[in-house]
Design a protein. Sequence first.
Length: 97
Amino acid sequence: MTGLVQRQFAEPLSLDDIAAAGSVGRSRCCALFRRYVGRTPNEYLTDRRLEEAKRLLDGTNGSVAEIARTCGFSSSSYFIGVFRRRTGLTPKAYRTR
């Protein structure tokens, strides 16, 4: 299940998709993630997307909108909000730090 998230984080992934990768139901998927990863599947997916976004912010000149799209976020405004909540910085501020 974590492998699916690692490989396909940029795609729209639902809890059903992640659970199906492990041949388990939704609730079992959540329980397994909590037990072995320490986070929910959605938190794990968001963390993976943010990890890639940070890499792109550090290593490319792509716009925030392009990076948001590349990393699988539904919109740049959603990406900015999530990024700020998790890091305390906007993507632009992170890039120029």
